[in-house]
Design a protein around this ligand. Structure first.
Ligand SMILES: NC(=O)c1ccc[n+]([C@@H]2O[C@H](COP(=O)([O-])OP(=O)(O)OC[C@H]3O[C@@H](n4cnc5c(N)ncnc54)[C@H](O)[C@@H]3O)[C@@H](O)[C@H]2O)c1
Length: 530
């Protein structure tokens, strides 16, 4: 279990709040200053007076390194501890770090009452003009505090209120997603939408810049208000942009309308685009971000299950053409992804199912235990959503630009995309992928790569999740034509992702067309004997 680390300026309540949070969560607590004093066998003031600040910082670094190696602790840091890059690396890498904030006025009042009444040690303020020193330290540390995504305001609030908010952040998980140019954080947790402003600042968006919030008329009334308020609190200027709802609008015309909205809202090269919605919104907003002014910062707030476990990871953005899905696009990595699992409560049941199909797919690709858990058909827990995210993240990290292994994520897509298109997108993406996955398992059995029981397992799981496992009665030739159309134009052959077993897949170059046609007929396609 990762540690919960509290940081922030002096007198924001790190120790008091940390102690309460630890008690609430039943976790051990350590206050870094107390630990340093205990090890040195001297008070902090004594260390500052006799050995100087540099000696104190050395002791602090040693304690940081040791505490970072612990698990499940609540740690209150010294106010300046994270100014040091090594300390930051130790404590921020795999722990949840929360920054407590307060207005400078509140800080000054608390510091004064600490100094006058409470006997709290503040060696940095043991000088003639503490107020000027507070202002100087505040300026020097402001940027470092802003690099922490989880900002909790303590002004005019009781310590109990603050502690309750911090405790809720303890379960947030941050997964690092590697790509060819670097790494970005994928944050997943409950009730974290209201932190999007801090998350964006920690991802490098400059305060005072414009942020285009792209959403649709279904999702916007539910969640854009909270996003907008958080952005304003963090000093951004939100520009609310709308795209129509539905795959039918994942087009260049919609991207064009986004450019118009970006320009009307005054976006420039320092601006950020955030997608708040399902995979369609993410693909559209991502492509617009990749191309507007040759590329601006992008962030994702996926609100559908499918977008959380699939579309928001890996940097693929794009639009459909009348000739096929996702035919125009770009790789454009987000600066950050924030997935708040509580937004799924408003997701229509059929969209849950569609997301379940992608989760099952991730189980088949690389997590047999996840597949078994999901095959019961119940709604997934937050931990299971996180596991599905991890499957995609690990595949993408090995092949960010999809030249090899990443193709395994296309399990079920060869047939699935064809069915989506033939249904004129009345079949949802996940539903189509589920049927496609079943077709792949049957093909694998037909060519001797898998046991025939495998397709039975997949069919039973799809059924338990309320997903279709029969293909609509489209002519087999029409499905074949839809699958091979784009490949023929590119002079390429169809490559298949076929499961060997649950948790193991392989890429196969050639499957005899006869086998594919026969499987399509078995699962519901109409063989007109052409
Ligand atoms: N870029 C990628 O790597 C990638 C991967 C997989 C899929 N995709 C794309 O994703 C798209 C499918 O994504 P999708 O299934 O999220 O479809 P979607 O974006 O159309 O969302 C499904 C529906 O749910 C609504 N919705 C979303 N979140 C909601 C919420 N919290 N409450 C209420 N309603 C909500 C949407 O408005 C929409 O009506 C396809 O276009 C597919 O090609 C992209």
């Amino acid at each position: 279990m990762h540690n919960l680390v509290l940081t922030g300026f002096m007198a924001v309540g790190k120790t008091t709040v940390g102690r309460i949070v630890a008690r609430q969560l039943g976790r051990p607590f350590v206050d870094m200053a107390t630990e340093i004093a205990r090890r040195a066998g001297k008070s902090i003031s004594h260390i500052f007076d006799v050995a100087g600040e540099a000696a104190f910082r050395r002791l602090e670094a040693a304690v940081c390194a040791e505490l970072a190696g612990r698990e499940g602790w609540v740690i209150a840091t010294g106010g300046g501890a994270l100014m040091d890059a090594n300390n930051r690396a130790c404590l921020m890498d795999s722990n949840t770090v929360v920054c407590l904030t307060a207005t400078p006025k509140a800080v000054l009042q608390r510091v004064q009452s600490d100094l006058n009444d409470n006997g709290v040690e503040r060696p940095l303020l043991a000088i003639p003009d503490p107020q000027a020193e507070i202002a100087r330290l505040w300026d020097a540390r402001r940027e470092m505090y802003a690099s922490v995504p989880w900002q909790v305001d303590t002004s005019d609030r009781s310590v109990e209120e603050v502690a309750a908010e911090v405790a809720r952040l303890a379960d947030v998980v941050t997964i690092s997603v590697q790509h060819s140019e670097g790494v970005y954080p994928y944050h997943i947790g409950e009730g974290i939408l209201k932190y999007i402003g801090g998350v964006l600042r920690s991802a490098g968006a400059p305060t005072g810049s414009r942020v285009a919030v792209v959403s649709n008329p279904v999702v916007a009334p539910l969640y854009v208000g909270e996003v907008e308020a958080s952005l304003r609190r963090s000093g951004f200027y939100p520009v609310i942009c709308t795209v129509p709802d539905g795959e039918a609008y994942k087009t260049l015309e919609t991207v064009r309308s986004l450019y118009d909205q970006f320009l009307a809202g005054g976006l420039d090269r320092s601006s950020t685009v955030i997608a708040v919605g399902g995979g369609v919104t993410g693909d559209l907003a991502g492509f617009a971000a990749a191309t507007f002014m040759r590329g601006v910062r992008f962030a994702q707030v996926p609100t559908s299950l499918l977008a959380m476990v699939d579309a928001a990871i890996g940097g693929k953005t794009g639009v459909d053409l009348p000739q096929g899905k996702n035919l125009v696009g770009a790789f454009w990595q987000p600066a950050s992804v924030l997935a708040d699992s509580t937004v799924l409560k408003t997701l229509p049941v059929e969209e849950w199912r569609s997301g379940m199909a992608e989760m099952l797919k991730h189980g088949v690709i690389g997590d047999a235990a996840l597949f078994s858990a999901l095959a019961t058909g119940r709604y997934p827990s937050s931990q299971e959503i996180e596991r599905a995210v991890r499957v995609k993240v690990s595949v993408v990290a090995k092949d960010p630009s999809e030249t090899g292994r990443r193709m395994v994520l296309n399990l079920g897509h060869t047939v699935g995309h064809a069915l989506e298109r033939l249904s004129r997108y009345s079949l949802r993406h996940g539903e189509a992928v589920g049927i496609g996955m079943l077709a792949a398992a049957r093909i694998a059995a037909a060519v001797g790569l898998a046991d025939s029981s495998l397709s039975g397992q997949i069919e039973a799981a799809l059924d338990a999740c309320g997903l279709p496992y029969r293909c609509p009665p489209f002519p087999v030739e029409a499905i074949w034509e839809a699958m091979t159309h784009d490949k023929k134009r590119q002079g390429a052959t169809l490559r298949w992702v076929l499961p060997h077993a649950i948790g193991e897949v392989a890429i196969v170059e050639e499957v005899p067309p006869k086998v594919v046609r026969s499987v399509l007929a078995e699962i519901g396609g109409v063989d007109e004997g052409v």
